[in-house]
Design a protein around this ligand. Structure first.
Ligand code: ZN
Length: 351
């Protein structure tokens, strides 16, 4: 008989972005006490045994004064952004996280893998600050030190929009991740500095040449926080067998993304009728290529359309029940839901 509750430490959510954008529009959302349409808030998180995860900080391309909603299908989202805007926006998201933690002792900013393990043990929600697209870090890398000092411990050098470090993959479907050039010289230097400082590097959204540059240069395990299997859903955002093999050889981790468009064989982001079996199929494939220590969760909560059977973070137990039904042992589910991320971070950060 399987356990019925597994804490889930998750590789990716966009909840801070949604909170800051709502506040900027003058329509703030109450994460701690409110009724709202967030996919993660405190009440739903506790109902779903959400133990925290990578809280991504992404700066949208459009000027803040616009009321047009963020959407990856809006071509303007690919417009490059300048460092000042990204720095201000990122600091607002960090302020938002610090404010939540100050007002609610269930929430905790975590700087080490031991912090995360302790938070989970204490039934807290661990917040790991991550930036998705390193525009807030300029060519002199001053921003890197400043953000590290504020708690940043993980970086995706690029979102699906080019910057001074790298080129991201577009969302066109079907498509190969092999589009565009690899890391720039500054991007290669960013990898070396993150290795030295103990900042995890994320390859999700990076194009394939940039991915191979990280495989070559980085001294740490290779990670894709929220990407799926290209063989099952041919999005450029998903990982080819060669990429999965390289991640496995580095003893890295891939987090399963719940976005329907990265799960479905037809790539449709507008359909939520995706059975849990489809998520299990991606997990099975990843387990075959990466082994039991290389597979984790990277939901994309608050950044995507979710399968109906998950709905929001309160639906996580439906997924763990599907894993048990598919024959995964409690030990394996523990690894996928939180132990693999903690172990990966300990090996990456050296704690
Ligand atoms: Zn993303």
């Amino acid at each position: 008989m399987s356990k019925n509750s597994f804490p889930v430490f998750d590789g990716h959510n966009d909840t801070l972005l949604r909170l800051v954008m709502a506040a900027q529009k003058g329509e703030p959302l109450d994460f701690i006490n409110g009724e709202n349409n967030l996919q993660i808030d405190l009440k739903k998180a506790q109902a779903g045994h959400f133990a925290g995860g990578f809280f991504a900080m992404f700066t949208p391309s459009l000027p803040r004064k616009t009321r047009r909603a963020f959407s990856t299908s809006n071509p303007q989202m690919g417009e490059p952004i300048d460092q000042d805007r990204a720095t201000d926006f990122t600091n607002e998201m960090i302020d938002c996280a610090l404010d939540l933690v100050a007002r609610c002792d269930v929430l905790k900013i975590c700087l080490t893998a031991a912090d995360i393990a302790a938070a989970i043990k204490a039934s807290q929600i661990a917040i790991l600050l991550h930036i998705e697209g390193a525009e807030a870090i300029g060519p002199d890398f001053d921003g890197l030190e400043q953000l590290y000092a504020r708690g940043l411990r993980s970086i995706g050098p690029v979102w699906s929009r080019h910057n001074i470090f790298a080129n991201g993959v577009p969302f066109s479907f079907p498509g190969s991740p092999d589009q565009g050039d690899g890391l720039t010289d500054l991007g290669k230097e960013l990898v070396r500095r993150c290795n030295q400082m103990g900042i995890m590097l994320d390859t999700s959204h990076l194009n394939e040449k940039g991915f191979w540059d990280i495989v070559k240069i980085s001294t740490k395990p290779v990670v894709a926080t929220h990407s799926n299997v290209h063989e099952l859903s041919a999005s450029p955002r998903n990982l080819t067998d060669d990429q999965l093999r390289a991640i496995s050889e580095s003893q890295g981790v891939v987090g399963l993304n719940f976005a329907t468009g990265f799960l479905r064989a037809d790539g449709r982001h507008d359909r939520s009728d995706v059975p849990l079996d489809t998520l299990i199929a991606h997990l099975d494939y990843m387990l075959e290529k990466l082994g039991e220590d290389g597979v984790a969760i990277g939901s994309d909560f608050d950044g995507c359309r979710l399968p109906d059977e998950i709905g929001d973070v309160a639906g996580l137990p439906n997924l763990t029940a599907a894993m048990a039904k598919a024959g995964y042992s409690d030990d394996l589910i523990d690894k996928i839901t939180h132990k693999n991320w903690i172990s990966l971070l300990a090996r990456t950060w050296g704690d």
